[in-house]
Design a protein around this ligand. Structure first.
Ligand code: SAH
Length: 274
């Protein structure tokens, strides 16, 4: 303890040159998770880096992040912006509502993000979150989890200048048939689905093998204690201890639920040939 009173939390502190000359890459954005060589990495280009890790910082994905089993690198699009105000957007060519993210600004952010990543996109996909994209699914999560990492571009406003997409051959991926305000929530959902497939991230690997979408079926119903709740008993077979019968019941229920809710999943589709 010293005799000096502690500064009020909002009192600006002098950091010499740092206080007057903002660095292009603030240190805290670069070193926010343990940097273990070789860990699967999500690089996120966003105007809202503070939105990450968000919910990914909780529970099993959060623990795995802290343990360095995967890494998060936030790339703040604003730092690549133009002029005193670091502008990142401009009005749409041809007129219309809203603003469009500039290709020169995004291009510089992408070059920065992709620097040092493997040249083959199978090893490091470059993705734009977009309602026009191919719908994200378990197969995509599995494919990304087999790569060394993913770079994700979160759009805002009316989206991104289209030239960026074809110049870089960017994969457009959608979270579903609805429009979000920005790509950040979609990015977090997709990273969650991908990271939980990495070795050692979920404690119980078997739960991955049995769950919905991993065998082309939705999961069977789950129950836990108490054995009877509000007059509703747990199905008898699950209390029988007979593993063969339990497995058979679960398979039947998975098929029934899939048939009722998602008959489209039972039809052979061109996706199955991949
Ligand atoms: N004008 C665009 C929508 C822009 S929404 C259009 O009609 O296609 C703003 C941003 O939110 C997009 O750039 C995208 O990054 C993100 N976004 C919106 N809906 C999304 C979805 N369903 N999946 C993934 N990203 C989405």
């Amino acid at each position: 303890m010293t005799d000096q009173p502690a500064p009020a939390p909002d009192t600006p502190k002098s950091h010499g040159r740092l206080a007057v000359r903002p660095t292009l890459r603030p240190r805290e954005l670069m070193t926010n998770t343990p940097d273990l060589a070789g860990a699967w990495t999500a690089k996120i280009i966003t105007l809202f880096p503070e939105a990450f890790p968000g919910v990914l910082g909780e529970s099993l994905t959060g623990k795995a992040l802290q343990e360095g089993k995967w890494r998060l690198e936030k790339i703040h699009l604003r730092e690549f912006g133009i002029g005193k105000h670091r502008n990142v957007d401009d009005t749409p060519a041809g007129g219309g509502a809203g603003m469009v993210l500039r290709p020169d600004v995004m291009g510089n952010a992408i070059d920065f993000a992709m620097d040092g990543t493997p040249p083959n996109r199978d090893d490091w996909p470059l993705v734009y979150l977009s309602p026009r994209g191919k719908r994200f699914d378990q197969a995509t999560a599995r494919r990304w989890s087999n790569a060394q990492g993913v770079t994700m571009i979160c759009g805002r406003f009316e989206g991104l200048d289209d030239r960026v997409l074809y110049h870089y051959g960017i994969e457009e991926v959608s979270l579903g048939d609805f429009v979000l305000t920005g790509g950040e929530i979609a990015a977090q959902a997709m990273i969650d689905a991908t990271v939980r497939l990495l070795p050692d991230v979920l404690g119980n690997a078997q739960s991955i093998e049995e769950e919905s979408h991993s065998h082309g079926l939705l999961e069977h119903p789950q129950f836990t204690k108490p054995a009877e709740w509000r007059g509703l008993p747990i199905p008898e077979v699950l209390m029988s201890g007979h593993h063969g019968k339990i497995a058979e019941w679960r398979q039947k229920m998975a098929e029934k639920i899939t048939r009722e809710r998602r008959p489209d999943m039972l039809k052979p589709s061109s996706d199955d040939q991949r």
